[in-house]
Design a protein around this ligand. Structure first.
Ligand SMILES: *[C@@H]1O[C@H](CO)[C@@H](O)[C@H](O)[C@H]1NC(C)=O
Ligand SMILES: *[C@@H]1O[C@H](CO)[C@@H](O)[C@H](O)[C@H]1NC(C)=O
Ligand SMILES: *[C@@H]1O[C@H](CO)[C@@H](O)[C@H](O)[C@H]1NC(C)=O
Ligand SMILES: *[C@@H]1O[C@H](CO)[C@@H](O)[C@H](O)[C@H]1NC(C)=O
Ligand SMILES: *[C@@H]1O[C@H](CO)[C@@H](O)[C@H](O)[C@H]1NC(C)=O
Ligand SMILES: *[C@@H]1O[C@H](CO)[C@@H](O)[C@H](O)[C@H]1NC(C)=O
Ligand SMILES: *[C@@H]1O[C@H](CO)[C@@H](O)[C@H](O)[C@H]1NC(C)=O
Length: 416
């Protein structure tokens, strides 16, 4: 998730980060991929280009660390696997990855950056600080090119509770860096840089100012940019207004259990670059109590900072039926209908494929890490996206985030 600058203020209180952060970005990935090779599904090489290159799509793959990546060219480097994030704005490359092209230019601003990224462990909690230098250069994917994108050339990781380099995937071969799609507020550069998607949109390089996330439950998906790929959608899209709160794609939705509203009008930060789903602690506790799940509460993180995290365990054979209904009842216009979108039963376990079928770790885990800055907002991470089409449309104010069902929720057809 992007710039929750007050969050950085909160981090400063931690002690070690004072003065290091020019901005905040969060949501990057750093988990070693071999923990669960079963999750790294066959890769799709399917690729489509549309006439005029004002829209394009790229196949995406869900890594074993539960982050989605796609194939990008940055500067003179091709075939880069970048983690896709709707919760931050910058394109940042791992140490040694960035090779400048002839289009490389000096960034008109601070040449250095430092940003805090959250969500760096498999469980979805954990922080790291990355820093490095900023250039502008060409970035392409799916036939779409912007030639003056700010690029972060990472020089340094400072892990807090993630494995140290080189045992973290953010620095491992599987991923070469991260590309954010959020509004400018999610940039760690000074001045803040528009994300690649916003640059494409703002420079008239897209036929439509939208992108879509199409995530299968089997680990294959597509990122579609500049168009609505209706052929993948079964039925209608249900639109929620994006409040833009916290500098992120933020919508209201109703939390449902077994199809019934459990907690109405929840504030949800749409964060495809987060591995799990993070409600505020009080709601997580109420939810887990209702489900009768065993829970484990951590009162501090590895730094000793008082952050409450509530994990929960459930019988792997009995995933719950929990979802979100859009638009929230509180936002329904006369005559408008809402639709419930359940989290797929296939994606409930953080670790998946565990031998112990009686004990899975829930992909929903409570946290109060953002309470001081984002109140009761949730971080709605990638597990929710599975099986659904999520369209981010910035063509009009307010921006909208729309939800639909996929015709083939697994997207397994993509590997053909
Ligand atoms: C990545 O995209 C480039 C074009 O930008 C293409 O030539 C290459 O084959 C793609 N690589 C993979 C692994 O899909
Ligand atoms: C560089 O940034 C300054 C202010 O931050 C602006 O006035 C100037 O026009 C910019 N130059 C270019 C070439 O974008
Ligand atoms: C990144 O952080 C490290 C450790 O704090 C520091 O030594 C280095 O100078 C920083 N580099 C940049 C470009 O800010
Ligand atoms: C990227 O940063 C590294 C230091 O981490 C530096 O050695 C390298 O020259 C930089 N690359 C470019 C193209 O600026
Ligand atoms: C729903 O939540 C939003 C954001 O917190 C708030 O502004 C609005 O008043 C709430 N609506 C209702 C009906 O509670
Ligand atoms: C499930 O696993 C967690 C984490 O290893 C453990 O704390 C918990 O006690 C286990 N629960 C059961 C019922 O085995
Ligand atoms: C579309 O959704 C409807 C209602 O859920 C379902 O009955 C139908 O089978 C779906 N169609 C396809 C092609 O998946």
């Amino acid at each position: 998730m992007g710039r929750l600058s007050p969050l950085l203020v909160a981090w400063c209180a931690i002690g070690s980060l004072v003065g290091t952060s020019a901005g905040g970005s969060y949501m990057v990935k750093t988990e070693r991929l071999l923990t669960d090779p079963g999750l790294v599904r066959g890769e799709s090489h399917l690729r489509r280009r549309l006439e005029g290159h004002t829209a394009g799509d790229e196949p995406t793959v869900l890594g074993g660390s539960l982050y989605w990546s796609g194939n990008f060219s940055v500067g003179a480097s091709r075939d880069l696997r970048l983690l896709l994030d709707t919760g931050s704005a910058d394109c940042v490359l791992n140490p040694g990855v960035y090779k400048p092209s002839d289009l490389a230019r000096t960034y008109n601003g601070s040449r250095e950056f430092s940003g805090g990224y959250e969500g760096v462990t498999r469980l979805g909690f954990g922080f790291e600080i990355i820093n490095g230098t900023v250039e502008t250069d060409v970035v392409s994917a799916g036939g779409l090119t912007f030639d003056a994108q700010a690029i972060g050339n990472i020089s340094h990781f400072h892990y807090i509770d993630a494995p140290r380099y080189p045992y973290a995937s953010f620095a491992a071969k599987r991923a070469d860096g991260l590309i954010g799609f959020s509004p400018r507020g999610g940039s760690a550069f000074t001045p803040e840089s528009p994300s690649w998607f916003f640059n494409l949109a703002n420079h008239g390089l897209l036929s439509e100012k939208r992108f879509g996330v199409i995530s299968g439950t089997s680990g294959n998906g597509l990122f579609t940019i500049g168009t609505l790929a209706r052929r993948f959608i079964n039925g209608s899209l249900y639109a929620a207004a994006d409040s833009g709160e916290f500098g992120e794609f933020t919508v209201q939705g109703d939390l449902t259990v077994d199809g019934q509203i459990f907690a109405a009008n929840q504030t949800l930060i749409m964060d495809y670059g987060e591995s799990n789903i993070q409600p505020p602690v009080h709601l997580a506790e109420r939810l887990f109590a209702t489900l009768g799940w065993q829970t484990h509460t951590r009162l501090q993180n590895n730094l000793g900072t008082p952050v409450t995290t509530v994990l929960a365990y459930f019988d792997c054979d009995k995933p719950p039926t929990i979802g979100f209904s859009f638009p929230a009842q509180s936002q329904l216009k006369p005559g408008e209908k809402a639709k419930n979108f359940d989290i797929s039963p296939a994606v409930w376990d953080v670790y998946r494929h565990r031998r112990d079928r009686t004990n899975c770790t829930s992909i929903i885990g409570g946290t109060n890490a953002y309470a001081s800055v984002a109140g009761n907002a949730w971080i709605l991470g990638q597990p929710f996206f599975a099986g659904h089409y999520v369209d981010f449309d910035i063509s009009e104010e307010p921006h909208t985030v729309s939800f639909g069902d996929l015709i083939d929720p697994s997207m397994s057809g993509l590997t053909d």
